[in-house]
Design a protein around this ligand. Structure first.
Ligand code: SAH
Ligand code: MG
Length: 189
C-alpha cells in the first residue's frame, strides 16, 4: 500500500508518525476510533491491527473510496472498518450515535478546526484527538521562503488551529515534532 501511495501521490501518514500513533493506541486501547480522511485505507487498517478497535473512517474522494474498499476487503477486516463516503463536514449524522475513544484528524488542513469542533462532542471521557500534518510536510518550519499564497494560507490555518488547540481549556494538548508533526489532545474530564 505504501508503494501504491508513493506512486499515486497519496499522502498517507509517514512511518514515524504511524509508529507514534500505534503506541498511543497500545497505551489507550480504544474500543472505537473515528478517522477523518481515509485515503486508501492504510492508516485505518494499521490502527485496527493494533488492538482490534472498531474503526469509522470518512472519505469524500470517490477514487480513494474505491481503492480503500478494495484494500479493506483484502485486509479481511471489513466487518470492523466502517468506511463512510462523504464530506466529513456533512457526515456527522452518520456517526452521531457512536462514542469514540480516539479521533484521528487527517483530512483537509484548512478545515481542522471545524472537524475538531464538529466531532469532539462524540468523544468519550478521557478521549484523545490525534491530528496529523501539524508541520504540513515541513512547510510550517520554512514559512515565507518563496511559498505560494495558497501554501502560506494553509500554513496560517494550521498555525491558528494549533493556537486553538493550545488555548482550548477542555483539552490538554501537546504538539510533537514526530513524523510530519502530530498534535495529541486529551479531553480533561
Ligand atoms: N489517513 C490516511 C491519509 C489521508 S490523506 C493515511 O494516513 O493512510 C487525506 C484524505 O482526506 C484525502 O484522501 C482526501 O480526499 C480526504 N479529505 C480531505 N478533506 C476531506 C473532507 N472534508 N471530508 C472527507 N475526506 C476529506
Ligand atoms: Mg496525514
Amino acid at each position: 500500500m505504501r508503494a501504491f501511495a508513493l506512486q499515486n501521490h497519496v499522502p498517507i501518514i509517514v512511518e514515524e508518525g504511524l509508529a507514534f500513533l500505534e503506541q498511543i493506541i497500545r497505551i489507550q486501547r480504544p474500543k472505537k476510533i473515528l478517522e477523518i480522511g481515509t485515503a486508501i485505507g492504510y492508516s485505518a487498517i494499521r490502527m485496527h491491527q493494533v488492538c482490534n478497535s472498531e474503526i469509522y473512517t470518512i472519505e469524500r474522494n470517490k477514487e480513494m473510496v474505491l481503492e480503500a474498499m478494495t484494500n479493506i476487503e483484502a485486509s479481511g477486516f471489513k466487518d470492523h472498518i466502517h468506511l463512510i463516503e462523504a464530506d466529513a463536514l456533512e457526515a456527522f449524522s452518520c456517526v452521531e450515535k457512536e462514542s469514540f475513544d480516539l479521533i484521528f484528524i487527517d483530512a483537509a488542513k484548512a478545515q481542522y478546526t471545524k472537524f475538531f469542533e464538529l466531532y469532539t462532542p462524540l468523544l468519550a471521557s478521557h478521549g484523545i484527538v490525534v491530528t496529523d500534518n501539524m508541520g504540513f510536510h515541513g512547510l510550517v518550519q520554512e514559512e515565507g521562503q518563496g511559498q505560494s499564497r495558497a501554501v502560506r494560507g494553509l500554513i496560517r490555518k494550521l498555525q491558528s488551529y494549533q493556537e486553538y488547540l493550545l488555548e482550548n481549556e477542555r483539552f490538554i494538548t501537546s504538539v510533537f515534532s514526530i513524523g510530519d508533526g502530530i498534535a495529541v489532545s486529551i479531553k480533561k474530564d
